[in-house]
Design a protein around this ligand. Structure first.
Ligand code: HEM
Length: 311
């Protein structure tokens, strides 16, 4: 097996293989929710950027005490974190590259799951996942961090491209149940500033962040070499999370304590995150979901011109 295949296999083991015909194939000429020629197809088509953005997006999402309460009370992420990673990745890719009907159905399915996610936070405040503000916050963290990773590790976007990307992704956020989603970088800054006073690190947040940095021992003999290796991989997991958080704004790094010195961030964390992102992009080249979506959209006259422009 060549190096490329090894990398693809390792990435897919964690985040799944996204090549379902029913989702990415479909009616010839169907552009899906964002479409060929969109900024979304270029940005979310860079699997390296999407992967690099994951940690920062998740941590930002769960800084809302109502989100972490819902996740801690209703999610199965502790039993099977990889399944959760696969379904989240499937959502991000499926909504951008899937055919219109299947992407819409996917959003509907997840909305149905969210309909069950209600309860009260430990401080007594009632929450429901379908609260438009919570949906808007969780939605926004995803394109915000993917765009940040893409610009860091791929290419700079023009101000107009950034706005187009946010506006394209906002369609998905609104379909998921948000009322108002930022559609420009100015609105993004305003929205983050408005939500920020409500963000906090609670006991539940601390538990989640601890889990994110925990490496299971797999029941292997833990003494003496196993224990040392386990300590090292745990230390690496701590570094990985801090490296991922290097994409998040300074206030979020300070709030979570998932911070590094500026020197470590620029000399170690960013190059490490960037090397991983470029390695994944190189290994996948054109990921299967992108190739399938292009073929679908190109399948009839109306998609052909735009796909050519998409490169
Ligand atoms: C647009 C915003 C959101 C997106 C894109 C999103 C994404 C997803 C996806 C893809 C699933 C399906 C996972 C599966 O297949 O099992 C899911 C389930 C879930 N979501 Fe969300 N979510 C959003 C908002 C929220 C909010 C605001 C909360 C909490 C208040 C929340 C809590 C949950 C929980 C508890 C589950 C149950 C499944 C599990 O994690 O095991 N989500 N979400």
């Amino acid at each position: 097996m060549g190096l490329r295949e090894r990398i693809v296999e390792a990435v897919e083991e964690i985040s799944g293989r996204h090549d379902q015909q029913g989702l990415y194939g479909g009616p010839a000429g169907d552009p899906g929710l964002t479409g060929p020629g969109s900024v979304s197809w270029e940005v979310n088509g860079d699997l390296g950027a999407v992967a690099a953005a994951g940690t920062a997006a998740i941590v930002l999402e769960i800084l809302h005490p109502s989100v972490i309460a819902g996740v801690e009370e209703h999610s199965s992420y502790r039993e099977d974190p990889f399944r959760r990673a696969r379904s989240t990745m499937g959502y991000v890719l499926g909504t951008t590259f899937g055919n219109t009907e299947a992407a819409t159905r996917l959003i509907g399915t997840v909305k149905k799951i969210h309909g069950q996610v209600t309860g009260a936070r430990p401080d007594g405040v009632a929450y429901r996942a379908l609260d438009p503000e919570l949906i808007a916050w969780v939605h926004t963290c995803i394109p915000w961090m993917i765009m940040t990773a893409f610009e860091r590790f791929n290419r700079a976007l023009s101000p107009a491209e950034r706005n187009r990307y946010l506006a394209e992704q906002a369609v998905i956020g609104r379909m998921a149940g948000a009322d108002t989603v930022p559609v420009t970088t100015a609105e993004l800054a305003e929205f983050v500033a408005a939500v920020r006073p409500r963000l906090a690190v609670t006991e539940q947040t601390r538990d989640f962040l601890e889990f994110l940095q925990t490496v299971p021992s797999d029941g292997r003999p833990s003494w003496p070499v196993g224990a040392a290796v386990h300590r090292l991989t745990t230390a690496q997991a701590h570094f990985n999370v801090r490296a991922g958080m290097s994409l998040a704004p300074p206030w979020a790094r300070r709030l979570t304590g998932l911070d590094l010195s500026p020197a470590m961030r620029s000399l170690a964390a960013m190059p490490y995150l960037g090397a991983n992102a470029r390695m994944i992009r190189w290994a996948f080249d054109v990921p299967p979901h992108v190739a399938m979506a292009r073929r679908r959209a190109l399948g009839a006259g109306r998609g052909a011109v735009a796909v050519a422009a998409d490169g």
